[in-house]
Structure formats: C-alpha cells, structure tokens
Design a protein around this ligand. Structure first.
Ligand SMILES: C[S@@+](CC[C@H](N)C(=O)[O-])C[C@H]1O[C@@H](n2cnc3c(N)ncnc32)[C@H](O)[C@@H]1O
Ligand code: SF4
Length: 388
C-alpha cells in the first residue's frame, strides 16, 4: 500500500467481539469476562452467523474493506472458529481482495501453530497486547506473561503475518521519561510498521480505580504525563513511526485501516456481545449496540436472531459531533466541508480563529482542519470548544 488511503474513499468494516479472557487485568474496563467452564465455540459460531445474517439484511450489497476480531482475547478462539466467521462474512457481503483482517492477541495465548491456523483462515494482521517490556512492570499491571514471552509472541507474529502491531501502556506508576524512552526504543526495534501506545487511564469500577482512590496507586501528574507523551511523539517520529492518531503510530501506508473506518466516520457493522455499529439505513445513520453479557447475548440471539439492544438514528448534530470527536484524533484532521454537510452548518470561524491563535489547531494546504502537536494533549477541550 502506498501512502494513507484517501479520507473520503468509501469503506465498510466488520467488527467481531470475542468477550472472553483468561484473567481480568486490573486496569481494563473492556467488555471482557473470565469463564472457568469451557466455551462452547460451535454455539457462538451459530449465534454470530445469525447476527451477521440479520445485519447483512439491513445493509446488503456492501464490499467489506476491513474485518477486526477484537476483545476480550480473540486469540483464545480456535482457528476453525475464526475461519467459520470469515466464511459467514463472505457469504453475506463481498470481501475486497485486499481486505485487512486483524485479530487481537494476548501473548499468554500465542502459539505458532495456532497463528498459522489464523493465517490459513484468512487473518492477515495481528495486534498483540505486549503492554510493557519489564517483568516487574507486567506484574504490576496484573499481566500473566513475562517480557520474554511477549517478545516471543512478537517473533511468532512476525513469522506468521506480513503485518503486525503491538500495544504498550505508558504513564505507568513511577515511570520516568528516561525509563520510558529506553523501553520505547526497544519496542521500536521489534516493530516493523505499527505500534499502539496508550497512556494508562484509570477507569471507573476497575481494581486500579479502587487502589487509586485509596491513594495506593500513584499515576504520573499532568506535567509528567505531558513529558511522557512528548517523548513518545519525538522518539517514534525519529524512528519513522509518526503518530497518525493520538495513540497510534505507523510507517506511512501501514496505518490500521479498520480503526481508520471509525475515526473517519465511515460505516461499520458490529457483531458479538457489546459490539457497536454505525449503519447507513434508508438515508439515516444508525447507532447500534448489542447486549454486553455473553450468555445473555447468546440467548437473545437464539431467541430473536440478533443481540441488538440499541438501534437509534443519529441526528445531524450527533453525527457532526461524532465526526469531530473521532476525526480530530487523527493527524490528518477533518474536512470542514464534510462537517458542514453532516451538521447543516459550518464550524464557527471565530472559534477556529481563537484556537488557531492559541496554537491548538491549524488548517492544512488542502483545507483540512487538524489539531497541532501542542493541541493534542488538550484534545478533549479542543473538541468541546468546536462542538459547542
Ligand atoms: C481490549 S485489549 C485487547 C488485547 C488483549 N486482550 C491483551 O490485553 O493483550 C486492547 C488494548 O487496550 C489497552 N488498554 C486497556 N485498558 C487500558 C487502560 N485502562 N489504559 C490504557 N490502555 C488500556 C491495552 O493496551 C490493550 O492491549
Ligand atoms: S487488557 Fe486484554 S487480557 Fe486484560 S482484561 Fe482487558 S481485554 Fe482481557
């Protein structure tokens, strides 16, 4: 692939949520569940097939450009399960010949034979949750793998797939800019084209939240977090992996095309427990979400043919706000004309002028409005200002 795909090129993504993990990490508030009994994968395959059929009946005739197995821990699925889901997707829609098919994997469940099985089933990209390259730090994050095991998983990914990425969490308790710079450089040496680098966030209702509230978990203050963020940008850019999104870095052309579907406000279907979708039906953009609890989702699909619990048409204002919120995360920014088409009104030139004078946004020669390097750390405030 040469350069980034054009922002306005039409794209249709399919997101499949696998909601199970071997253990629950204390910082994570994703829809992930630990089950001690074996998971009946064949039963899930039937339920996914029903939900995919119901979704395809609403948005027929699309060409699927990206598929993403997210979780949870999709690398706990048997390759045959992944293969069956890909076959079902291909039965209902045509799948582009160059479709990007990503699967998220946890190093704890990475085996070479299993990865070759995913490759044979049609997966062509993996995203590994490495999180840290130090055993003590991994333990503090509640991870069940060592740094060695994570790097071995990266090597297996590299051997099995032409495209792979991995995730690290930074701004961890006690992390210094020096230590993070060294860790990041080691990570970059292992990455070929893509890295996701997330600042640790303390999410409500997680064990980390309780510890943090009790004063037993101290995360970097705003100033240190800012230094760590700036370090991340500098080190990655110097290594040829600039940020194309606030937490995602890639060689130009190697961006995650599936995530670009979300950030560019294109259309996507979401299937599985707790999956979200944005479907264009009868000229309206509909926001869909499914039942989150895996067993309740299963029973709902078996009874009604789908697990959808939310299905709402977005108003022009909601669509425009979502477009801003997602699009301004991208280094490329947003097309103000598309904003105006969605919302029925232009962005306020006065507000843009103020933000520009503050150095938070800029307009590119091609007319895109984007957040600057110094605006990114205050992205939420910039979006709120423009959306108001
Ligand atoms: C849903 S996980 C999927 C990957 C896989 N389950 C794993 O953990 O290896 C996606 C990524 O979200 C990130 N993440 C989850 N909770 C986070 C938090 N509270 N702060 C920062 N990053 C977080 C982690 O980097 C994780 O790899
Ligand atoms: S970070 Fe990954 S492995 Fe840990 S609980 Fe969340 S989804 Fe599961």
């Amino acid at each position: 692939m040469q350069g980034m795909t054009a922002p306005n090129e039409s794209a249709f993504g399919v997101y499949v949520h696998w909601p199970f993990c071997l253990s629950k990490c204390p910082y994570c508030d994703f829809n992930s569940h630990v089950r001690h009994a074996a998971i009946d994968e064949a039963r899930y395959v039937r339920a996914f097939a029903a939900e995919l059929a119901a979704t395809a009946a609403r948005v027929p005739g699309r060409t699927v450009s990206t598929i993403f197995f997210g979780g949870g821990t999709p690398s706990l699925m048997q390759p045959a399960t992944v293969g069956a889901l890909l076959d079902t997707i291909a039965k209902h829609w045509s799948v582009a010949r160059d479709a990007e098919v990503t699967l998220e994997a946890n190093p704890t469940s990475v085996e070479a034979t299993r990865f070759r099985g995913y490759r044979a089933a049609g997966v062509n990209r993996v995203s590994l949750g490495v999180q840290a390259l130090d055993d003590g730090e991994l333990k503090a994050l509640g991870r069940m793998h060592t740094a060695r095991e994570a790097l071995d998983a990266v090597a297996i990914a590299r051997a099995a797939f032409e495209r792979y990425s991995f995730d690290l969490i930074y701004a961890r308790p006690g992390q210094t800019p020096q230590a993070w710079t060294a860790e990041l450089k080691r990570a970059i040496a292992e990455a070929t084209e893509h890295l996701s680098l997330y600042q640790l966030t303390i999410e409500a209702d997680t064990p980390f939240h309780a510890l943090h509230k009790a004063g037993k978990l101290k995360v970097p203050d705003e100033e240190l977090a800012r230094t760590l963020y700036d370090t991340t940008q500098e080190v990655c850019a110097a290594a040829g992996l600039p940020a194309y999104e606030i937490s995602n870095h890639a060689r130009p052309g190697a961006e995650c095309r599936h995530n670009l579907v979300y950030w560019r406000a294109h259309e996507y279907a979401g299937v599985g427990p707790g999956a979200h979708g944005r479907l264009d039906v009868d000229g309206e953009r509909r926001a869909t979400a499914t039942e989150k609890r895996p067993e309740a989702w299963l029973m709902r699909v078996e009874a009604t043919g789908h697990g959808v619990t939310t299905d709402e048409a977005l108003t022009p204002g909601e669509m425009a706000d979502e477009f801003l919120l997602m699009g301004l995360r991208l280094a490329e920014g947003i097309d103000p004309q598309r904003y105006a088409r969605l919302s029925g009104r232009a962005l306020d030139p006065k507000r843009i002028a103020i933000l520009r004078a503050e150095g938070a946004v800029e307009t590119t020669p091609s007319g895109m409005l984007r957040v600057t390097q110094s605006g990114f750390p205050v992205l939420d405030a910039v979006v709120a200002d423009l959306a108001a």
